[in-house]
Design a protein around this ligand. Sequence first.
Ligand SMILES: C=CC1=C(C)c2cc3[nH]c(cc4nc(cc5[nH]c(cc1n2)c(C)c5CCC(=O)O)C(CCC(=O)O)=C4C)c(C)c3C=C
Ligand SMILES: [Fe+2]
Length: 411
Amino acid sequence: MSKKITRREMLKLTGMTAAGVAIGASGFGGVAKALGYNLMPVDDNLLAANKVMFYGKHQSGIATPVQKHVYFASLEVLASTKEELQDLFKLWTPLSVRLMNGEDIGDSTTNAYVPPTDTGETNGLDASNLSLTFGVGPSLFEKKELGLAHLKPSELKELPHFPKDQLDEAFCGGDLCIQACADDPQVAFHAVRNLIRQASGKVLLKWTQTGFNALPANGGTPRNLFSFKDGTVNPSTPTDFDRTVWVDSGKSWMTNGTYLIVRRIQMHLETWDRTSLKDQEAAFGRHRDSGAPIGKTNEFDEVDLTAVDKNNKLLIPEDSHVFLAKKANKTILRRAFSYSSGIVSATGAYDAGLLFISFQKDPKSFIDIQNSLGRLDRLNEYITHRGSAIFACFPGVAKGSYIGEALFTTL
Ligand SMILES: C=CC1=C(C)c2cc3[nH]c(cc4nc(cc5[nH]c(cc1n2)c(C)c5CCC(=O)O)C(CCC(=O)O)=C4C)c(C)c3C=C
Ligand SMILES: [Fe+2]
């Protein structure tokens, strides 16, 4: 059985690295071995209840059916060499498998005089369909000390300023991200908390956001805080995902990876709640209760942008959200969560809205859709974009490999 790394021992390890102790060409792995650690891969436990697989061609948390909760963390990297960062991902790999198995990150502590290895707040809970998705932001490649500049994909650029953006730096950017999704909020939080704790001195939390989804018992589309079904038109088949989400083979270290775009969008519930149902439906271009396109009956009926009423008036208004989004003729995977984070102190309004997360093989698809929504989208009256970040999500991890290996082994 592999020897687990306790926090105290980890502090010794990270402390040594941070202090610049010569650790030789084999880096962290060498030090770990010398101290008696076994960084052998941990397996997905096929018998674990409510479990999402860690290993695979693609990372979890993308094609994984959306869970009830998210804990999204954007991180600043403090590691000062590429090897240090690589070692961090090597360390996070077996810990992530354990977390997604619903296990503690280490053996339970028998010595009451040291802090427990695992923080412990998920004791008694199962894996709760935890998924973990790791990505790297454009700013990581600008850190000269890491020497990664030549590996930055041309698609990985900070997003342009969009009309109506009112971004708050407190919810923007990041060198790394961890998207932890689970059906229990404490399981998602615990995963990020323990990964960060074991990475002491290597990363700092930059910003975080929790979110939730109201998943109907019959498995239907969740409703957002404006009460509309959100996520109806989305890729669903493996062919759709190949077309829309996964970076094609031959595209360097990003092959089988994808680009994650996150936008923290405040939804002005007070204004919405004073709006007539007719105007609410006109803003989206869909009926609220059924989720059907205006003029149709069923949620999944085709959205026909040319359909007219008896007066030859477009059924789906030209300035509606759906009309403009569809008009861009680009596809993305939307995997959003609602959020509620108290109030905006300056106004007393709800700080609530949508943690919009999309995955696409090329960020240009998102940019084209957002530009199409632009100043015209009737929804703009009710929403404000407050946060924004983009991350390149690694391909999936093969057993025996580690998160991000393709990036670190490309010359
Ligand atoms: C740039 C991409 C998009 C942003 C930002 C965005 C914000 C946003 N959307 C809703 C609610 C709904 N969006 C719906 C459809 C829809 N939205 C986008 C893109 C963005 N939305 C696309 C590509 C589509 C699909 C268009 C199509 O082809 O039909 C819908 C309708 C139901 C559905 O298909 O999911 C809703 C509802 C909110 C509240 C919001 C910001 C807060
Ligand atoms: Fe939308």
